[in-house]
Design a protein around this ligand. Structure first.
Ligand SMILES: Cc1cc2nc3c(=O)[nH]c(=O)nc-3n(C[C@H](O)[C@H](O)[C@H](O)COP(=O)(O)O)c2cc1C
Ligand SMILES: CCCCCCC(=O)C(=O)O
Length: 408
């Protein structure tokens, strides 16, 4: 009896000694992110973790945000036709992207100013993507330099280009991307001018951030975020020489720097100068998709930029079937805008995408907990996709086809 009491007392003492560390772990960003079961929960955690203007920049979209909502709702109009009596004991998510294998059909989309969510920014996303066995895409507007990302992660990486009026800067970016092992060029074609994001306008979102009483109050309300920001302020895009520039709205800076005269001739020019694969991102029409292929594009991203540009545009998933039909096997197709669930990925693959890109899912992840949060976003989608494929009766993601779905 005494021995038992002695054992219980020792266990209790050990539990009490470990309690502070367990509590710290439990309430750390990493601990909280690990307990998120869905992308929606990661979003809620990010919303609590970063100042409102920063969350709104990532979460928000153009004008009435109709297209952003439609991107999510349109997945509900695609219904699945599960196949019966198929052995799904081993689900295989692997596929090939531009000739190289990836562990799952999910690619990190390019996102600008990622370092505002968390100072590790694109480095955190690149590391999480590498760990998940897939590719990261680094934006022209990235908060980390192309060199930092290349040094931090040995994973596959693509460079996303916005064509600037300063073509010397474009040439320099292309040379740096080549020198640092970026294997493909992703040309984004849907930011001819800045979309109007009214949340950003209301919040006075500017680059670099303008310090006011309102922003200071936001900083005080989010001390962990503020500590990260003070230690490593990632205030402007790191690859464009904007350091030290006067604070302005993002839209104004973009409209000053980006070239609105870009046409098919520029695609032809970039195609001839970039030695690796060229991917055109922001294609929403079958005729444009055909024309991209005729201009030598190796792949297209069917995307409306997550509803952040032309509000009122169709959902990407609505545009996909006609584009898949027009392109056939002449180019690879990826889809983004609205991916929040494994079932969304099943639907996109069934309708002709080879992979999906995820933007906000990763932004929520790093806003919630840096690299651990980005890993959690990949982890959630990987796990959901495995169950969805098993239940749909397709043990190999790469085998999904039109017979698996119908569109209402
Ligand atoms: C905060 C944020 C920044 C973005 N920055 C870029 C960018 O610099 N270049 C680009 O091509 N697309 C950019 N996008 C669009 C994404 O690449 C992608 O098309 C979009 O996020 C997909 O929709 P989703 O967020 O619903 O996944 C950005 C998206 C977000 C949310
Ligand atoms: C207001 C236009 C911003 C374009 C650059 C970043 C981006 O693509 C995005 O925020 O979306």
């Amino acid at each position: 009896m005494n021995a038992l009491l002695d054992l219980a007392a020792r266990q209790l003492r050990a539990d009490l000694a470990a309690a502070p560390a367990r509590t710290r772990e439990r309430f750390s960003p990493e601990g909280r992110a690990a307990r998120c079961r869905t992308i929606a929960e990661l979003r809620a955690l990010a919303k609590r973790s970063v100042p409102k203007p920063i969350f709104d920049y990532a979460d928000g979209a153009a004008w009435d945000e109709v297209t952003a909502r439609r991107n999510l709702a349109a997945f509900e109009d695609v219904t699945l036709h599960p196949k019966a009596l198929t052995d799904v004991s081993a689900v295989d998510l692997r596929t090939t992207i531009l000739g190289g294998e990836v562990a799952l059909p999910i690619i990190a989309a390019p996102t600008g100013l990622t370092g505002l969510q968390h100072p590790d920014g694109e480095v955190a996303i690149a590391r999480a993507a590498h760990r998940a066995g897939t590719i990261t895409t680094v934006s022209t507007m990235a908060s980390c330099t192309l060199e930092e990302v290349a040094e931090a992660s040995a994973g596959r990486r693509w460079f996303q280009l916005y064509v600037m009026s300063d073509r010397g800067l474009v040439d320099e970016l292309l040379a740096r991307a080549t020198d640092n092992g970026y294997e493909a060029l992703v040309l984004t074609v849907d930011v001819q001018v800045a979309g109007v994001r009214e949340r950003d306008v209301r919040n006075g979102f500017s680059v670099p951030p303008r310090i006011s009483l309102r922003t200071l109050a936001q900083g005080v309300a989010h001390p962990r975020w503020s500590a990260g920001f003070v230690a490593n302020p990632r205030m402007v895009p790191a690859n464009l020489g904007w350091e030290g520039s006067a604070s302005a709205t993002l839209a104004a800076s973009v409209n000053k720097a980006f070239d609105p005269t870009v046409t098919w001739d520029d695609l032809a020019d970039l195609r001839s100068r970039w030695k690796g694969p060229v991917i055109v991102k922001g294609v929403m029409r079958a005729d444009d998709a055909q024309r991209c292929v005729e201009h030598g594009a190796d792949a297209l991203v069917v995307s409306n930029h997550g509803g952040r540009q032309l509000d009122g545009a169709a959902a990407s998933i609505e545009a996909l079937p006609a584009i898949a039909d027009a392109v056939g096997d002449r180019a690879e197709l990826y889809l983004d805008s609205g991916i929040r669930r494994g079932t969304d990925i099943v639907k996109a693959l069934a309708l002709g995408a080879r992979a999906v890109m995820i933007g906000r899912a990763l932004m929520y992840g790093i806003g919630a907990a840096g690299e651990a949060g980005a890993r959690r976003a990949f982890g959630i989608l990987d796990a959901e996709l495995r169950v969805a494929l098993a239940l749909a009766g397709y043990p190999r993601a790469a085998d999904l086809g039109m017979d698996a779905v119908s569109v209402r």
